[in-house]
Write a protein that binds this ligand. Structure first.
Ligand code: ZN
Length: 690
């Protein structure tokens, strides 16, 4: 209702404000301009504010219906414009969009403050919550009520006025800083392009040359080659380039994103964000931000997360030391008179992998075509959950993006899935799942619109897009998140899809990666781009037996980030923090191997600072890996990786269940018990020998 009246009041042709007449409820991408967003946000924010005020001011006694259900039904117009806007800020931004983003981030924070610090509204939620035992609520209603109550308390609804004012100011400031952080990283990435000539390409296989060529064409460098700071570009270069000087140059640019001085330097932003987060936690009665954050997650305490990380860290260091010695030996055997440096690791690891397993990324890559891997991910979803994916020709946010209509075994519409796979300058680095619309049943049977956004190298026109095995794993990972959104089957939006604790949210994604490695999937879909022949059995065996190769390095690279994150956010009063000094000292404390650099150094650690999604929560990937390794073992124990009854339990308690249950209960319902770390250690090859 509010949407139409706002559109009428503005009297303009703003397509964001009207009814969207596009199939599946997609936004009218063709007519949307950056300048439409600010008025659309203003209208949607004031409409939602009016809804909230009406709920809070209701004279009738608070009931589940007039408070919780009413809140759950509110804000749809805002969801619609915000979801769309944040798809664009991540996947296809511009100077104009970035300017709106800087304006809008504090406004959204102020809006959230007005909701969660609304005393009258909180009073009504408390009334319902205290009466809950007598209300005869169903399990989902009880869960959504408890979630509202907890959210409001954790947001500061119960604090006095002065504490609330300070919290509100902190939240707004954090929102602005988070936006700036992400924009700075993108700016540093865009400003770097290593332009090379034919003579600089020693060691690069054909696919890497082709990708570098395409990147050069896109930037208007005729007959040149360009290496960018997109992970798939720079990592491939580090893996293959025989030019130690160029590897060092690219690597230095990569690890210095966000700390180059000038307007895009993130160090001061981090110090301020960490201090503000700690202050907020203190106001809410917690010793540190990590204590505050983990209190409402599956781990519950920083100590529990740390126990897992410490256990893995010791084993990973031992394995990485063996790997380092092997690489150093290789350097000496080649007559190299230098010590292995961080910019050498990937190059020599690739050589050793080739020597030891007769495996060569350049030999593997033609078997991993993007389109075939997308099909493989779809086929896995068909076998596990009965889903079918039909291409849908729809106008999307960028010509590279593609859409599929997703239906179930009965032909019923389940979701719209959008894949946006190629790197470009207008896209933030990394890979993620997001949505334009989430599932719910409160306002009718609403089915979700889910996106996967990746940064794979775009091929030249007419060439097939090829993935590394890691890229293929990323594709399956993000598709696992997408399924978590698409299969969601709950009533209340608050509980839908991926709205689960952050140390549980990586279970559906990481678990899905296991199906990429199922031999029958690979035999069917890993087909050579030119010949169409399936990957030879011998090559496949070698590929799979090399899975634990270099896992010491990979585990160190990740776990160091998780430990530094936890330590940084465990500081009780991090005032005047010297960020580089903290990072250096903390790495020293955990005895970081000198030859390995954190996967994300603090100045560009977007999980922690571009928004706060994983702040004090980067451990979640490892925590979830305990779950996913243990969960896949449930399939292995049946002897069938697609075992129907295990798949049904997985769907019922994980993929379709959103946040209906406490994560530990959900997992127990699926597995019959809580997980153990055994399968994780085995998967990473970190089990003690003998
Ligand atoms: Zn993920």
């Amino acid at each position: 209702m509010e949407r139409t009246s706002a559109a009428a009041a503005s009297g303009t042709q703003n397509p964001l404000l009207g009814v969207w007449q596009v199939p599946f409820g997609l936004p009218p991408f063709a007519t949307i301009r950056p300048e439409h967003f600010r008025p659309a946000f203003d209208a949607a924010l004031s409409a939602h504010r009016a809804e909230i005020d009406a709920i809070a001011a209701n004279r009738a006694a608070a009931t589940f219906e007039n408070t919780i259900v009413a809140l759950e039904k509110s804000g749809r117009g805002l969801d619609r414009v915000a979801n769309l806007f944040f798809v664009l800020t991540g996947a296809h931004t511009s100077d104009e969009i970035e300017a709106v983003e800087r304006d809008i981030a504090p406004l959204l924070a102020r809006h959230a403050n007005a909701l969660y610090l609304n005393r009258a509204l909180y009073g009504r939620i408390v009334d319902v919550y205290q009466a809950r035992a007598a209300l005869g609520l169903g399990a989902e209603e009880a869960r959504v009520l408890e979630r509202y109550y907890t959210r409001f308390v954790r947001a500061g609804a119960a604090l006095d006025k002065s504490a609330q004012d300070r919290l509100a100011a902190i939240n707004e400031r954090l929102a602005g800083l988070g936006t700036q952080f992400g924009q700075n990283v993108l700016a540093d990435e865009k400003s770097f392009a290593m332009v090379l000539d034919e003579g600089d390409l020693a060691g690069l296989p054909d696919f890497a040359r082709a990708a570098a060529r395409a990147a050069a064409e896109e930037r208007g460098h005729a007959n040149k080659y360009v290496i960018t700071l997109a992970r798939s570009s720079v990592e491939t270069f580090l893996q293959f380039s025989a030019r130690r000087d160029l590897r060092e140059k690219a690597f230095q640019a990569w690890i210095r994103r966000g700390e180059n001085g000038g307007p895009t330097d993130n160090r001061a932003l981090i110090a301020e964000m960490v201090a503000l987060r700690a202050e907020r936690a203190n106001l809410l009665g917690f010793a540190s931000f990590a204590d505050y954050r983990l209190d409402d997650l599956m781990a519950k305490t920083p100590a529990a997360a740390r126990r897992l990380l410490d256990d893995v860290w010791g084993r990973a260091r031992a394995k990485a030391a063996v790997e380092r010695d092997d690489l150093q030996k290789m350097i000496s055997q080649e007559g190299g008179n230098f010590t292995l440096a961080p910019h050498d690791w990937r190059y020599y690891a690739e050589k050793l992998r080739k020597a030891r397993y007769d495996l060569d990324e350049a030999e593997i890559k033609p078997y991993f075509q993007l389109d075939k891997m997308v099909e493989a991910a779809f086929e896995t979803a068909r076998r596990l959950f009965g889903l079918t994916f039909t291409p849908a020709d729809l106008p999307l946010h960028h010509p590279d993006a593609r859409a599929w209509d997703v239906t179930d075994a009965q032909g019923k519409h389940v979701a719209l899935f959008i894949g946006d796979y190629f790197a470009r300058d207008s896209k933030h680095s990394g890979a993620w799942m997001t949505s334009l619309r989430d599932q719910e049943k409160l306002n009718g049977d609403i089915r979700p619109i889910v996106l996967n956004v990746c940064n794979f190298s775009k091929p030249s026109a007419g060439e097939p897009a090829l993935l590394s095995f890691d890229d293929a794993r990323t594709l399956f990972h993000e598709f696992g998140h997408a399924l978590h959104g698409m299969l969601s089957n709950v009533t209340y939006p608050l509980l839908a899809g991926t709205a689960v604790p952050s140390d549980f949210v990586e279970l559906p994604s990481q678990l899905y990666e296991h199906w990429l490695e199922v031999p029958e999937t690979l035999q069917q879909y890993a087909r050579h781009a030119r010949t169409g022949k399936p990957i030879p059995k011998a090559l496949l065996d070698r590929l799979l037996s090399a899975r634990t190769f270099n896992q010491g390095f990979a585990t160190i690279e990740y776990t160091a980030c998780a430990l530094v994150d936890l330590d940084l956010h465990s500081l009780p009063q991090p005032d005047a923090l010297d960020v580089p000094e903290f990072e250096r000292k903390d790495l020293q404390r955990i005895a970081m191997p000198a030859e390995i650099v954190m996967r994300h150094r603090l100045p560009h650690f977007q999980h922690l600072f571009s928004g706060g999604g994983y702040a004090a929560g980067y451990y979640s990937y490892m925590w979830s890996e305990v779950l996913d390794a243990d969960a896949f073992a449930a399939f292995e124990e049946t002897g069938n990786p697609f075992d129907p009854s295990t798949a049904k339990r997985l769907r019922d308690y994980v993929y379709s269940a959103g946040n209906l249950r406490d994560p530990a209960d959900a997992y127990k319902s699926f597995r019959g018990r809580l997980p153990t770390a055994d399968a994780l250690l085995k998967k990473r090859g970190l089990v003690d020998a003998g």
